[in-house]
Design a binder for this molecule. Structure first.
Ligand code: PEP
Length: 248
């Protein structure tokens, strides 16, 4: 039985005070949630998150990672730096990194490799644009994004990873994929992996992301191939995030 994971992606949001309040609120309500929970913070707040969450049931990580270990890469943060602050997760290939920061499939694959090399669990985001869904090429897009990882690291690498299917048209738009639309792509992803390694396919957690909230989480997480959610907007308020954790 795969465990359910609810992971928050705070994006470029938060302050020392708001993060303290948010995590205090989540911790206070957590006893009722029976699921794995993690938050992915802006780099600069990771030490604060570590201070608050160490010894609790909530994991934490970053929203990206450098593909490089050290050297002349101004502004970057490496896997060993994240490990210094005991991060467990690193999101790679989020659609905002792909579109706004021009990260290509190959860059995502290198970041995925860097995360694994340093003992972090990559949360690999894949998903199609609205035009791509309308063109009927969702599976081709997701397949191409997964192949970049499989080609570089081998399918077995996905056993140490989490995949997040995030249709780009559903991120931050309030438009959620229907549970069946999401399930179809999750089943496609698992089926594609199963053709290469049935064991890995069976184990890998595949999260859904895209306007998940307390009202729709239950139905989404009830689908057989949906193993939790990557949550943006609704991870910024303790009450909203807890409602999703409880639905899981
Ligand atoms: C995300 O950014 O990964 C995301 C799913 O955002 P939202 O929940 O706000 O759509």
């Amino acid at each position: 039985m795969r465990r359910i994971l609810v992971a928050g992606n705070w994006k470029l949001n938060g302050s020392k005070q708001s993060i303290q309040e948010l995590l205090d609120g989540i911790l206070a309500g957590m006893s009722e949630a029976k699921t794995d929970v993690a938050v992915c913070a802006p780099y600069i707040y990771i030490p604060l998150v570590q201070e608050i969450l160490t010894g609790t049931a909530i994991g934490y990580g970053s929203q990206s990672i450098s593909e490089n270990d050290s050297g002349a890469f101004t502004g970057e943060i490496s896997g060993s730096m994240l490990k210094d602050f005991e991060c467990q997760y690193a999101i790679v290939g989020h659609s905002e990194r792909r579109t706004l920061f021009c990260e290509k499939d190959e860059d995502t694959a290198k970041k995925f490799a860097a995360a694994r090399k340093h003992g972090l669990t990559p949360i690999l985001c894949v998903g199609e644009l609205l035009e791509e869904r309308e063109e009927g090429i969702t599976e081709d897009v997701v397949s191409r994004q997964l192949d970049a990882i499989i080609d570089l690291e081998g399918v077995e690498a996905l056993a140490d990873a989490v995949i997040a299917y995030e249709p780009v048209w559903a991120i931050g738009t309030g438009k959620t994929a229907s549970p069946q639309q999401a399930q179809d792509v999750h089943a496609f992803i698992r089926g594609k992996i199963a053709k290469l390694n049935a064991d890995v396919a069976d184990k890998v957690q595949i999260l859904y992301g895209g306007s998940v909230n307390g009202a729709n989480a239950n139905e989404l997480f009830a689908m057989p191939d949906i193993d939790g959610g990557l949550i943006g907007g609704a991870s910024l308020k303790a009450e909203d995030f807890l409602a999703i954790c409880k639905a899981a």
